[in-house]
Design a protein around this ligand. Structure first.
Ligand code: ATP
Ligand code: MG
Length: 379
């Protein structure tokens, strides 16, 4: 809120990677519900985002990502529940009093203004003196690497450069929290990768609490410290990208975060042990702590290995199978096979190496899965 305090944006005041900046704030969301008319779109969201975190909202189209982000910024219908930045409750504050910076997907730069003017505009609107505005605009443009583009108009910039102007324009007002709604979606694939790296680096440097909305799993994985997976107005799981991928809490998260083999079955008691018994003869021991009852076994395509015979190995250690290749897709770094095993088509990813032939359709194969890498999911 205080326009005249020390600037948070300072290339020299950079903090170590992953460290919160000097003014980084915690964002707390409690029991947030929001409806458009009769249509409830957020159904009780609870979330704590730590100071300086780079946090992603990931979920399918229509899951409520933008609605949640906009509610934090103060746009859209009034929600119930609470939103706090630091100790301050902002639930009922109008957007301009929250001092959160939001970059919209469309950038919405002023086409008739120069880059400099676009960035300065928000400060001019706040009635800041020209002598104060100039150094802040210069610093913001330096941060995003556009100092020498100050006199150009948006139409004379590439998509990635325009995106950086939008970012500079948001950063220049020194927001307490930075909200980015699919900021890279207008960029082509190569530029997306480059700009997301730059964005991550800048966020590290500033240490500003940041939320990044995307429906692109790779983007969320590569940028965020932690992420929340949303579906149908509810958070399904929160955690570091690796945790969510390896230990999804439910079937939705498991399948949303990449390819998965899921076998229906049940966990059974077998003496003092527990067994998973599923379709297609998938039967293997599981942790003794697994409760009995209906369940799914989850394993990613890359933990299934074709060929080789684990003869002599502990049969509890591996689940082995024989099957037939029904599909082979050469993807460069790997070959993705469909292998039919007792009526079930397994996805199998095999790393590709030079001179390693791609197995043809119809090939008979054996394979194995390290059973301790298989996860049991309820439902
Ligand atoms: N202004 C509005 N009026 C009525 N319904 C809306 C409005 N904005 C969003 N919705 C509805 O709220 C739900 C969530 O929309 P939201 O824009 O938050 O989804 P999203 O997760 O951001 O999706 P996407 O990935 O497509 O951007 C959708 O069902 C959408 O139709
Ligand atoms: Mg959206």
């Amino acid at each position: 809120m205080n326009e005249h305090s020390q600037p948070a944006i300072s290339a020299t005041g950079a903090t170590a990677p992953g460290r919160a900046g000097p003014k980084a704030e915690r964002l707390v969301i409690e029991g947030l519900r929001l409806a458009f008319g009769a249509n409830e779109v957020l159904k009780g969201v609870d979330l704590v985002i730590e100071p300086g975190e780079f946090f992603a909202f990931l979920g399918p189209s229509g899951s409520g990502k933008s609605t949640l982000l906009r509610a934090i910024a103060g746009f859209g219908p009034k929600p119930s529940g609470r939103i706090l930045i630091g100790e301050e409750e902002i639930t009922d504050e109008p957007p301009w009093k929250r001092n959160v910076g939001m970059v919209f997907q469309s950038y919405a730069l002023w086409p008739h203004m120069t880059v400099w003017k676009n960035v300065a505009f928000g400060l001019e609107e706040r009635g800041m003196r020209r002598s104060e505005i100039a150094p802040r605009v210069r610093r913001a443009l330096e941060l995003v690497g556009l100092a020498e583009f100050a006199d150009r108009r948006p139409s004379q910039l590439s998509g990635g450069q325009q995106q950086r102007v939008a970012l500079a324009r948001t950063l220049v007002v020194e927001p307490r929290v930075l909200l980015l709604d699919e900021p890279l979606s207008n960029l082509d694939a190569n530029l997306r990768v480059q700009v997301r790296r730059e964005l991550k680096q800048l966020q590290r440097q500033l240490g500003i609490t940041t939320i990044f909305v995307t429906h692109d799993q790779e983007e969320a994985n590569t940028t965020s410290d932690r992420m929340a997976v949303l579906n149908d107005g509810l958070i399904q799981q929160v955690g570091a990208p690796v945790e969510l991928y390896d230990r999804p809490a439910n079937l939705f998260v498991a399948t949303f975060l990449g390819s998965a083999n899921l076998i229906e079955g049940e966990v059974l008691a077998d003496g003092g042990r527990r067994l998973f018994s599923g379709r297609g003869g998938f039967r293997f021991p599981v942790a003794a702590a697994e409760p009995e009852g209906r369940a799914h076994a989850l394993f990613r395509p890359q933990i299934v290995h074709l060929g080789g015979n684990p003869a002599g190995g502990d049969s509890n250690e591996f689940f082995t199978f024989s099957g037939r290749v029904v599909r082979a897709e050469f993807l460069g770094m790997l070959v993705r096979y469909g292998v039919e095993v007792a009526g079930i088509e397994l996805l199998v990813d095999e790393p590709h190496e030079p001179d390693r032939p791609v197995l043809p359709e119809g090939a008979e194969v054996t394979g194995r899965i390290l059973t301790r890498q298989i996860r049991i999911l309820r439902g």
